[in-house]
Design a protein around this ligand. Sequence first.
Ligand SMILES: Nc1nc2c(ncn2[C@@H]2O[C@H](COP(=O)(O)OP(=O)(O)OP(=O)(O)O)[C@@H](O)[C@H]2O)c(=O)[nH]1
Ligand SMILES: [Mg+2]
Length: 323
Amino acid sequence: MNTAELGDRILNGERRALARAITLVESGRSDHRAQAAALLDRLSGADRQALRIGLSGTPGVGKSTFIESFGMMLTGQGLRVAVLAVDPSSARSGGSILGDKTRMERLSREKNAFIRPSPSQSHLGGVARRTREAIALCEAAGFDVVLIETVGVGQSETVVAEMSDLFLLLLAPAGGDELQGVKRGIMEMADMILINKADGDLKATATRTCADYAGALRLLRKRPQDPEGFPKAMTVSAVEEHGLEHAWEEMQSLIAWRREAGYWAQNRAVQAQYWFEQEVRAALLARLSTTQARGLLGRLGAEVRAGKLSPSAAAERMLADLN
Ligand SMILES: Nc1nc2c(ncn2[C@@H]2O[C@H](COP(=O)(O)OP(=O)(O)OP(=O)(O)O)[C@@H](O)[C@H]2O)c(=O)[nH]1
Ligand SMILES: [Mg+2]
């Protein structure tokens, strides 16, 4: 299938075409890269936007269960929902969300939903690009909401937050009064904190945990992109499907406010600039691993090691000689 036909099918909302296109953007082959670029270029003209919701949380907090329940609620409202994952630590069997597609059994059968696992064995830079491109493909395919899931480890929250309109942090109820070791940086990224598992025996603990986090959020520096009362902490139960509609209402009201105040567009512009700079950085680094660069590092390095050339002088010469 050529890119024109593939593009038309994506615009038509065909999930199989979308899946194929995502496979294309995941490929490292240079002819595939060229095709992917042509496809994305073609689709950008459609100018369709989805609400991009980033979702992070530690293993076992209930991300998959939440996405299943929340996704079903959205499709129940007639919305089309795509689910993507950013999982740099694909040591976990079979990557992320499709390892537990069983947890999203209903959603995966839903015709207005599309679920895509993260490819295994990719470094964070590669994952970031493929996820951004997959988001663009989902938007072109007419999805209303794109959920981007990540396990809360290391840098992946930043990656997801930098490509989301809304960033949710899912937490578990915790005993005691210390905040669950959530790093301040991650709290600062969150637009909403959802304390999951607010059901059964855990309900009271969840309510207390929620109050603790609401307090902690109030202590953070106020961000211009937040109306009064945000970022917000709420309790939900993904299993019992409690609080999901309320959470969705809050998300919509936040987004409506940001659109009105210009922060939605501004945020997307800032993100575009960020990714542009990241790509330049990555491309410059890649130029250090070409044969020519490695040759220069070897030759100039020998002179540096022998004391014939200072490290800075060698670096300058290296950069001048690099193609
Ligand atoms: N009581 C209760 N249990 C829940 C809820 N949501 C999820 N769980 C349970 O928590 C466990 C982990 O849920 P998952 O949805 O797989 O969690 P996850 O965050 O996707 O986990 P990883 O994929 O390993 O990162 C499962 O046993 C779920 O049944 C909830 O709302 N209430
Ligand atoms: Mg999961």
